[in-house]
Design a protein around this ligand. Structure first.
Ligand code: SIN
Length: 283
């Protein structure tokens, strides 16, 4: 069956049809998928009844996989290449450590020195209503800034942390997160290593700009995030079981909306493909 490509929104994304990720793809098939990935920023594969091993094997076609040493509590106990994004309580009924994962606009692993190239998230249990994920196109976000703003932000670096919105920063978990992942400075504008295009690189976990106070930084960070997440730059994904979404972390941001009822199960598993070195430690 030939591969077909269906756009998901005006701004970004495509559904790839005619592919069974349970079998290994030919180089020609993979090349077509890879080209579409670079062009569209996110790819959706529906009805993929695959095993964890097959999820990992397909992900490896895009590059070396992260073993999630910077997020040890969320990784799968038997497969370090898989990150759990789940609200299923831990043994003993404790709230899942990853219940609130991704509920801020971000690009994966921006708080590390090897921010991710791309992520592949597999929907295993999806609430009957909601639990959506939104994506935005950071090339468009950059391209639509004025020349004056582009010039002003070009030399700026922002401080990225792994902190989450919903949890208390003073919990043992958050302190441990900061110990494992000290704050990192990343450029606000990055050149995509494969397409050569410039993309905005910012997010809601960005706390401050380098060499500026938080008060000075906040209006600019807030403006850039608001600009980047204008509805016309976005795609909103309504998950179905057995969906796999692959996104390019170098030119997109995403957010888990958390728009589902308490008591519904949402369980997804993610592989994270390592990217090229970027940024520096502040201390
Ligand atoms: C993530 O940020 O990797 C998770 C996104 C989601 O759960 O929708």
């Amino acid at each position: 069956m030939p591969i077909t490509v269906r756009p998901l929104s005006h701004a970004l994304g495509a559904e790839i049809q005619g592919v069974d990720l349970a079998r290994s793809l030919s180089n020609a098939e993979f090349d077509q998928i890879h080209r579409t990935f670079l062009e569209k920023g996110i790819l959706l594969f529906r009805d993929q009844k695959i095993t964890r091993e097959q999820h990992i094997a397909f992900s490896r076609r895009f590059g070396e996989l992260d073993r999630h040493d910077s997020l040890p509590r969320d990784r799968h106990p038997d497969h370090p290449e898989l990150l759990l994004v789940t609200n299923v309580p831990e043994e003993g009924g404790k709230e899942s450590a990853s219940k609130y994962t991704g509920q801020q606009w971000h690009s994966d692993m921006s708080f590390t020195l090897e921010p991710s190239l791309g992520s592949l998230l597999r929907g295993i249990a999806i609430p009957p209503v909601g639990g959506d994920t939104m994506f935005t196109n950071m090339y468009l976000a950059y391209d639509t800034l004025s020349d004056g703003m582009k010039k002003m932000i070009e030399p700026l670096y922002a401080i990225h942390t792994g902190r989450r919105k919903v949890t208390d920063p003073n919990t043992a978990r958050e302190r441990e997160q900061t110990r494992i992942n000290p704050p990192i400075a990343q450029p606000i504008v990055r050149v995509h290593p494969e397409t050569g295009r410039k993309a905005l690189y910012i997010g809601e976990k960005v706390s401050c700009l380098v060499d500026m106070t938080p008060e000075e930084s906040k209006p600019l960070i807030d403006y850039l995030v608001k600009h980047a997440t204008r509805p016309q730059f976005c795609y909103r994904h309504q998950w179905k079981q057995d969906d796999i979404i692959l996104w390019d972390n170098r030119c997109t941001m995403h957010i888990a909306l958390g728009d589902y009822a308490d008591g519904e199960t949402r369980h997804l598993e993610r592989t994270t493909v390592k990217g090229t070195p970027s940024g520096y430690y502040l201390q």
